[in-house]
Ligand binder design. Structure first.
Ligand code: SF4
Ligand code: SF4
Length: 307
């Protein structure tokens, strides 16, 4: 990170490190807690050489509406300080995601540049409890940012009217007792996500660079408060000016690895098999790449140069 910051300064830029407030509870749901968390993780001026600015403000209300031509959205909510910035370097940890399949540059743009209102628009899925699996442990109740879950007769019950579709309950449930309708909800979730990514870079054509770190490729998104064992060996760092190409390359490189048997990866361990759907069986990660290409965000064809 420091090397990128120094390079941006050398080129005459005024770099700052940024992120947006989260939809769920936790230490990144307001700018004060968020900056404190960043510093505790080493993203301090003394280390990184640039200040941390939370791009959607103290409580996520600094929003710029960006017009796009999507299937789901004609305008998307982008963090105000990202919208007014002249250029952007997108630093991504490439890893799995229980709903999107994988999290790469496109997902980082979509969720990372959206204030909570925009994250909410992207999620909009409605989980339900599988009664016979639920043991009434209450972990989902504690994790829900909207108090949408109650325990009745030792089973969790989700109030659809309160639910914002953040998937936190699904992530914490030890019994896999919370599910969604994968066939109808997920393709649309991925499309909404890609449309937000499209809005995040609108107006910055030719002025966005991408680095993806294919190291410690965990099954879960980095937002969960744990880190499981990696599913494949470390690969390296990718750089590109095309978010579709860098994700397509990352996806292919991960799938080309042998999977670790003692990880969450239960199937698809052979080289060439989709490691993300082997980890999260209902996901279809490549859909992100297809739809981003369809929207004109970039190309899935790339030329890999090793340095
Ligand atoms: S976390 Fe899972 S098992 Fe525990 S109460 Fe919620 S749905 Fe039931
Ligand atoms: S019920 Fe689950 S998906 Fe809905 S808001 Fe609560 S934690 Fe998020």
């Amino acid at each position: 990170m420091r090397q990128v910051v120094d390079k941006v300064k050398e080129c005459g830029g005024l770099p700052f490190l940024t992120d947006t407030n989260t939809l769920y509870l936790g230490s990144r749901s307001n700018a004060v807690d968020h900056i404190t968390t960043a510093v505790l993780h080493g993203f301090d001026y003394a280390v990184a050489g640039a200040p941390v600015i939370i791009a959607d403000g103290l409580f996520g209300t600094n929003i710029t509406w960006v017009t796009i031509k999507g299937k789901h959205f004609k305008r998307v909510a982008i963090a105000g300080d990202i919208a007014v910035s002249h250029s952007m370097i997108v630093m991504t940890h490439f890893k799995g995601h229980m709903v999107a399949g994988f999290g790469g540059a496109i997902k980082n743009l979509a969720m990372g540049c959206a204030p909570p209102a925009g994250k909410r628009e992207q999620h909009e899925a409605h989980p339900f409890t599988i009664g016979e699996r639920c043991i009434g442990c209450g972990k989902c109740v504690a994790a829900c940012p909207k108090s949408a879950i109650t325990i009745k007769k030792k089973r969790s019950v989700i109030d659809r009217n309160r639910c914002i579709g953040c998937f936190e309950c699904m992530t914490v449930c030890p019994e896999h007792a919370i599910d969604i309708n994968w066939a109808t909800e997920i393709p649309q979730f991925v499309e909404r996500l890609v449309e937000y990514a499209c809005g995040a870079v609108k107006g910055k054509e030719g002025r966005v660079g991408y680095f993806s770190f294919l190291t410690r490729i965990t099954p879960d998104c980095d937002c969960v408060p744990w880190s499981d064992a990696a599913i494949v060996p470390d690969i390296g760092i990718l750089a590109s000016t095309d978010p579709v190409a860098i994700d397509a390359a990352g996806f292919a490189l991960v799938n080309d690895q042998p999977g670790f048997a003692d990880s969450l990866l239960q199937t698809h361990r052979r080289k060439g098999q989709d490691k993300f759907s082997g980890t999260w069986e209902n996901t279809e990660g490549y859909q992100q790449i297809h739809y981003a290409e369809e929207l004109g965000m970039g190309s899935s064809h790339y030329n890999m140069i090793h340095i």
